[in-house]
Write a protein that binds this ligand. Structure first.
Ligand code: SAM
Length: 273
């Protein structure tokens, strides 16, 4: 393929994403084209032009393309070491400093396991400190672009394998069995507010946070979008607040100067400016 062909393909891929109601320009080119390729094969078409035509004619295709682009695999206590580090040091310190008044944003929360995990972790910190009642001071905003995932998050019912990585104490205290499913304890659910938000354009739900988790989300975004988002996170974090990215994601761009690395392996950063 020539460079001109390649540019034309990218432009068309972005038009397709726009037509599907996605902000085409925030996704990595390769990622976008690979996912469109998945839908092209499923629809039995061979060119982007043909696919654009299908997208405009076939009811439900835009939604199916959106689903392939917003992969939402997640689980409770995903990457246990990250949660262990947070609970042992950074988060526990913040909790003490703020006397339990923590505001947390789980940006790209998928079906809710991540925001519920952070609420459970804070509940544990409060319980161990003998201040269980301070859990009520916690606010967790859980946001995602995918409405189907958000419905699952609101239902707060999961298959047992979603909790396979959790320490048993946490599982026993904060998840209850109901038939063949697990249900999140009401005290944990109360602290979590679920809402729709597109990181490509919507502002943060509130102006100030102590902790922002944005894990396994920016990996799909192009560099310019990542840089913009990291600036948004720096602006939204209180001084001393923490940012946690996914294990294969790295803070980049001008916002790097506004953070100090807390834990390189676990991708935990502290806002310093
Ligand atoms: C792999 S999941 C990550 C879930 C959780 N943070 C974790 O690490 O387990 C990625 C999530 O990012 C969401 N996402 C993708 N693009 C988004 C956007 N523009 N705005 C908000 N969420 C987005 C997807 O819908 C999906 O639920």
């Amino acid at each position: 393929m020539t460079a001109i062909d390649d540019a034309a393909h990218s432009a068309l891929a972005r038009r397709i994403a726009d037509a599907a109601g996605l902000m085409g320009d925030v996704y990595k080119d390769k990622c976008l084209r690979r996912r469109i390729g998945v839908r092209m094969r499923a629809c039995g078409v061979h060119t982007l032009e043909e696919y654009l035509d299908v997208l405009q004619r076939v009811a439900g295709e835009a939604e199916r393309l959106r689903d392939t682009l917003t992969i939402n695999v997640t689980r409770f206590y995903r990457n246990p070491e990250t949660w262990d580090v947070l609970a042992r040091s950074a988060l526990a310190t913040l909790w003490s400093e703020r006397e339990g008044r923590l505001t947390v944003w789980s940006a790209g929360c998928a079906s809710g396991e991540e925001p519920y995990t952070v609420a459970m972790l804070v509940a544990e910190i409060a319980r161990v400190a003998g201040r269980a009642e301070r859990l009520d001071r916690l606010r967790v905003d859980a946001t995602d672009i995918d409405r189907v995932s958000l419905e699952r998050a609101a239902a707060a019912r999961y298959r047992p394998d979603a909790a396979a990585d959790m320490p048993s104490g946490l599982r026993e205290r904060y998840l209850a069995a109901d038939g063949d499913q697990l249900v999140v304890a009401p005290a944990i659910r109360r602290q979590v507010e679920i809402r729709h938000l597109d990181l490509g354009g919507d502002p943060p739900p509130r102006p100030h946070y102590d902790l922002i988790l944005c894990r396994n989300v920016v990996i799909y975004f192009d560099r310019a979008m990542q840089e913009r988002l990291f600036q948004t996170f720096a602006d939204a974090l209180l001084p001393g607040g923490l940012l946690v990215l996914g294990k294969v994601e790295t803070l980049l761009g001008p916002a790097r100067d506004r953070f100090q690395l807390v834990d390189a392996r676990e991708r935990i950063y502290r806002r310093i400016a």
